[in-house]
Design a protein around this ligand. Structure first.
Ligand SMILES: NC(=O)c1ccc[n+]([C@@H]2O[C@H](COP(=O)([O-])OP(=O)(O)OC[C@H]3O[C@@H](n4cnc5c(N)ncnc54)[C@H](O)[C@@H]3O)[C@@H](O)[C@H]2O)c1
Length: 259
């Protein structure tokens, strides 16, 4: 019989970045459903507070913290809050990310900096400040959000592809460095998943949203887009004891798109 404790996440302290929306919100919800205490971190205060309040109404143990993951001082404030309130951290889901659908020629320097700073540097920063706390608590699991486009290239998304390829190999480097501290580090690589980020890509590319969503689902063996919950289930696996001998890997969750 499968019980909540099967995942080994009951009462565990889990931080989810980009937790106010899409994949982050779905992962925060699923982790809370299996008994974890979840700290939802996001730059978007209004969305974050609203999402946390909805989960609290269902009696899940969640809270929201505003933080720009590309800002070192914000990440230190998150660390200080967790250290004071919980004393430790067991799971870190480094998931916040942004995309700009442009070629290198069209990207402004500010676009490049934003995408790299949020999607790649943010993982370095929050991990830098939270790993010592996790190590002191005896270890844990870190999951970084990459993308199918961290493994193969994609059109008009040069900074995003660079950031996500960085995430895939940063994950392996972190896994090597922190394995001896009993910290597992893995990457989840979603394919096109129906979230505000995906829908915004249609706007950026100036194409109709419904046609863009249909074309994003096309060519996948499972013949549909991902849902945030599809990705959250992979995150749950990597966060939980079910993956206790898995580190340094990238888990592709994309309906077979890369196959
Ligand atoms: N949706 C997809 O098709 C898809 C595919 C592959 C990878 N991904 C990746 O999944 C992750 C989540 O994306 P999503 O699709 O759920 O998008 P989303 O836009 O629904 O959620 C992203 C969240 O990140 C937050 N955020 C943005 N900048 C931030 C910052 N500086 N600090 C803290 N939070 C910040 C946003 O406010 C938002 O709530 C991203 O890393 C994205 O690149 C998404």
């Amino acid at each position: 019989m499968i019980t909540q404790d099967y995942f080994g996440l009951e009462d565990k302290v889990c931080v989810v970045t980009g937790g106010a929306s899409g994949i982050g919100l779905a992962a925060a919800t699923l982790l809370a459903e299996v008994g974890a205490k979840v700290i939802m971190v996001d730059i978007h205060q209004e969305n974050g507070q609203k999402a946390a309040a909805e989960l609290q109404r269902k009696d899940y143990r969640v809270e929201f913290l505003q933080c720009d993951v590309s800002n070192g001082n914000d990440c230190i404030a998150v660390r200080d809050h967790i250290e004071t309130k919980y004393g430790t951290i067991d799971v870190l889901f480094n998931n916040a990310g942004v995309i700009r659908r442009k070629t290198v020629v069209d990207l402004e320097e500010s676009d490049w900096d934003l995408v790299i700073n949020v999607s790649l540097k943010g993982i370095y920063l929050l991990s830098k400040y939270l790993i010592p706390l996790m190590a002191r608590g005896g270890g844990g699991s870190i999951i970084n959000t990459g993308s199918g486009w961290g493994i193969k290239g994609g059109d008009q998304a040069a900074a995003y592809c660079a950031a996500k390829a960085g995430v895939v190999n940063l994950t392996k480097a972190m896994a090597i460095d922190h394995g001896p501290q009993n910290i597992r580090v893995n990457c989840i690589c979603p394919g096109d998943t129906d979230t505000p980020l995906l829908r915004d890509e249609a706007k950026q590319l100036q194409v109709k949203e419904d046609e863009f969503l249909v074309s994003s689902a096309k060519g996948r063996p499972l013949e549909r887009l991902g849902t945030p919950r599809d990705i959250a289930k992979g995150v749950l696996f990597l966060a939980s004891d079910l993956s206790e001998w898995v580190t340094g890997t990238d888990l592709i969750v994309d309906g077979g798109g890369l196959a």
